[in-house]
Ligand binder design. Structure first.
Ligand SMILES: *Cc1c(COP(=O)(O)O)cnc(C)c1O
Length: 350
């Protein structure tokens, strides 16, 4: 495809998306297909010769679209409404077309700095604690975009794990894994399944604390579990509270969980606000987040309420250096002249 063909087909593609959006109400939300429907419609091998754009779009209309569940249909009430908006789509097309790779400051200084600025904006717009806002006086924290909330949760757990192990290890030359059997993480039984998955992936022992009749974590049982574990020689090191649980949109008592967690040495407090923390865009909703200032890290999915296209997962940490220490590697091919400057963020380290 040459540049003139791209110009032409790109405009046709925008028309295709616009027509789809304009007519979405007329189609059924769920597709009428059985598992395995697609394979007989598609060649077994990758095509040897290029196909015309028109032919490809014909296949998209006739073979692919009939297998779609239309997530931003007005009658789609499953899971979450998917954030899709025309400005969001245009933004996606722009970043894709410009090939923005924000892993190293030098690879895209403007993309890197814009990510930082927008994450500060977003934190301010939600009324998050100032320690998450990089341009706030005295702050050593900041934000990063991840691929999903599940990834934010896994990464938070890994940072907390690296941090506690570093402290336990001190000057000894024991291997990090020696400390693993002692570590315990906590969340509620109604927390998103990705927390359990993160614990599996990181070989971390996890306690799923029972919830009350409103779906909130029972803080009394959480405290009991932590104290019990300490008495048994274990080391509680991570707790995750949820603002807006996936099952029932319950807001955990962040204030009580956070306050208690700060009395336990080594305890990292993460808030999964993937769904419900978006509501803090309305100042009158922020009372549900009282106690967020105790958090060491937090994540919010703008695509769940705020018309940003799927997927957009923001994550903030209170201390960027702890994150960097846990996740950095320094191969020679990624080094650059400005890497030691505070304002030259290398997002690959987060
Ligand atoms: C949706 C959701 C997640 C997972 O989000 P992904 O971005 O799909 O990984 C995690 N926690 C809560 C509370 C959620 O609502």
């Amino acid at each position: 495809m040459n540049v003139e063909e791209f110009r032409k087909h790109g405009k046709a593609l925008i028309d295709f998306i616009a027509d789809y959006s304009a007519n979405i109400e007329k189609i059924d939300v769920l597709p009428n297909v059985e598992p395995g429907f697609l394979s007989p419609l598609i060649p077994d091998e990758i095509p040897h010769d290029p196909e015309s754009f028109e032919n490809i779009m014909k296949d998209v209309s006739e073979k692919i679209m009939p297998g779609f569940t239309h997530e931003h249909h007005p009658k789609y009430f499953a899971y979450y409404t998917s954030g899709v908006s025309f400005p969001g789509t245009l933004g996606d097309i722009l970043t894709s077309g410009l090939s923005v790779g924000v892993f190293n400051w030098i690879n895209c200084p403007a993309g890197t700095e814009l990510e930082n600025i927008v994450l500060d904006w977003f934190a301010k717009a939600l009324g998050l604690p100032t320690h998450f806002i990089s341009d706030s006086p005295g702050s050593v924290g900041g934000g990063v975009l991840q691929n999903s909330a599940s990834e934010c949760i896994l990464i938070s757990l890994l940072i907390a794990r690296a941090h506690v192990i570093e402290q336990l290890k001190g000057d000894s030359d024991l291997h990090d894994s020696v400390f693993l059997p002692k570590l315990v993480a906590y969340t509620s039984e109604d927390a998103h399944y990705s927390m359990e998955k993160a614990a599996k992936m990181s070989l971390t022992r996890i306690r799923l604390i029972k919830t009350d009749s409103r779906g909130k974590m029972r803080v009394d049982l959480f405290k009991e579990a932590v104290l019990n574990d300490i008495n048994n020689g274990l080391i509680p090191f991570f707790v995750m509270a949820t603002l807006g649980t996936t099952g029932s949109a319950a807001y955990d008592n962040v204030y009580e969980i956070g306050k208690f967690s700060k009395t336990i040495s080594h305890m990292w407090f993460h808030i999964d606000g993937a769904y419900g923390a978006n509501a803090f865009i309305l100042p009158e909703m922020r009372r549900f987040g009282e106690g967020m200032e105790y958090a060491d890290s937090m994540n919010v999915n703008a695509c769940k309420m705020l018309l940003v296209n799927f997927e957009s997962s923001a994550m903030w940490v209170k201390d960027v250096m702890i994150m960097k220490k846990a996740l950095s590697a320094h191969p020679v091919y990624l080094q650059h002249d400005n890497e030691n400057k505070v304002s030259a963020i290398d997002y690959r380290n987060s």
